[in-house]
Design a protein around this ligand. Structure first.
Ligand code: HEM
Length: 436
């Protein structure tokens, strides 16, 4: 089936009603998004979500086209105009007054500026550097799993997924342990700024959390200025960027704060969400759990398992762009200044690319085409690290736990209220420990 054929399938009356009333802001749709995604892809693939004031791009091919045209679809404008959900002035004032300054996100920018910042970020995440981290990440994973396996029950999100990702990034940045709870609060506060669902009271509370975070990071940066160490904060504070014309540039203070903040936050929620999703799948799809158990020592299988997990349950749901000129996507023409959301969750569910999209199928021929990490120049810079963390976790879970089951009813699962990600808040499970 190609996308043209798909467009001609008429929608039923119920589907038309869903298309007319649906919004990404609806928490019922957040919990069960696939029907809404499907009616948009078939009936109105670039759909205006009135409640958000945003155009939802839902087909895989359209998402890819937008990602690969960063000058027409600006990340800088899309991201920064949506920040703080229309309360930017107040938000920025709080950060300037109480948080050491307002630092726009340097990586959420457009070429050619983005290209320079991106180059620097990439050097921190080369496959080689990530490979070197693997033994230490395995130790952290084993330590965490050993702390729960004897109990036969755990909150797989709060006790395992969230602490793991925080511990990993804390070590990479060279921060002290024991700040897990604070970092988790800071992550929620930063992510809420693009989540489009906070009210004013929440915005102010979140802005104060971000002030606290910035003071903490600025303190660490000051220490590294005079006393560099083997960690990423030192790397960024002392970074030198080699330009194409042979000159060498350094980062401004504002850029450095924003990059360290991005590194601390960007990988946390997303990777923890992926690990929470893995527990959900293992607990609700016994065939998938069995296949993983049968192939746990097969590296190739594990690699494909992680990709299919990211395809079927992408942690990032929808991220922003803004048009810099009038432009047509498929059959829909958008004016200049239109706010666009790339609905990655829908792209990964597009049956024209992934037949039977709700089947967990590690043998898909095109498994790597999912858009869970985005695409184009903004493709996730931390993807090797994320893949490795999830893979190590998958292997060590199966080596230690069997009969994983949900300890709550599926309808009681709650998701963090945000447009940006689809994140399970808490996932209690039971299991039996495997004999060592
Ligand atoms: C499963 C885990 C992860 C998922 C699903 C994920 C997803 C994404 C997506 C979809 C984008 C594209 C943003 C856009 O289109 O605007 C992105 C960008 C980014 N990610 Fe990740 N990410 C993950 C893990 C990480 C990790 C571990 C790090 C670093 C520690 C990281 C750092 C970044 C950064 C800095 C960007 C911005 C890149 C740019 O704009 O050039 N991510 N990620």
């Amino acid at each position: 089936m190609d996308s043209q054929t798909q467009a001609k399938c008429p929608l039923s009356q119920d589907e038309q009603a869903l298309l007319a009333s649906g919004t990404l802001k609806d928490e019922a749709i957040l919990a069960h998004p696939h029907d809404f995604y499907s009616v948009m892809r078939r009936g109105d693939p670039v759909h205006y979500d009135e409640q958000l004031g945003s155009w939802l791009v839902t087909r895989h091919e359209d998402i890819s086209a937008v990602q690969n045209d960063p000058l027409t679809f600006s990340v800088n404008k899309g991201y920064h105009t949506q920040q703080a959900r229309g309360m930017q002035d107040e938000y920025q004032d709080i950060l300037r007054r109480e948080g050491g300054g307002y630092f726009p996100d340097a990586i959420m920018s457009d070429p050619p500026y983005h290209t320079r910042i991106r180059k620097l970020m990439e050097s921190a995440f080369t496959a080689h550097r990530v490979k070197e981290l693997e033994p230490r990440i395995r130790e952290i994973v084993i330590d965490l799993l050993d702390s729960v396996t004897g109990k036969g029950q755990a909150d797989s999100v709060k006790d395992i997924a969230v602490p793991l990702t925080i511990r990993v990034i804390v070590e990479q940045l060279g921060l002290e342990h024991g700040l897990e709870e604070k970092i988790s609060r800071w992550s929620v506060a930063v992510t809420a700024q693009i989540g489009r669902m906070q009210n004013r009271e929440q915005m102010i509370e979140n802005a104060r959390q971000i002030c606290d975070l910035q003071h903490y990071l600025i303190g660490k940066m000051k220490e590294r200025e005079t006393d560099p160490r083997e960690d990423m904060i030192s790397d960024i504070v002392h970074a030198k960027i080699a330009m194409d014309d042979g000159s060498v540039e350094v980062l401004t203070f504002e850029e450095a704060v924003s990059l360290i903040r991005a590194l601390l936050i960007a990988g946390n929620d997303t990777t923890a969400t992926a690990i929470g999703n893995m527990f959900y799948i293992l607990a609700t799809r016994p065939d998938v759990a069995q296949a993983l158990s049968d192939n746990v020592e097969d590296d190739r299988f594990l690699t494909r398992f992680v990709e299919e997990l990211l395809r079927i349950e992408p942690p990032v749901r929808a991220l922003s762009r803004m048009t810099t000129r009038e432009v047509t996507i498929g059959e829909t023409t958008l004016p200049e200044g239109a706010h666009v959301l790339l609905v990655y969750g829908s792209g990964n569910d597009d049956e024209t690319v992934f037949p039977c999209p709700r089947d967990f199928d590690v043998s898909r021929g095109n498994i790597g085409r999912h858009v869970a990490f985005g695409g184009g120049p903004h493709r996730c810079v931390g993807l090797s690290l994320a893949r490795m963390e999830i893979k190590v976790m998958a292997r060590e879970i199966i080596r230690r736990m069997a009969d994983i089951k949900l300890a709550i009813a599926p309808e009681d699962i709650r998701y963090v209220p945000t447009v940006a990600t689809r994140t399970i808040e808490s996932l209690p499970i039971t299991f039996t420990a495997r004999a060592a």
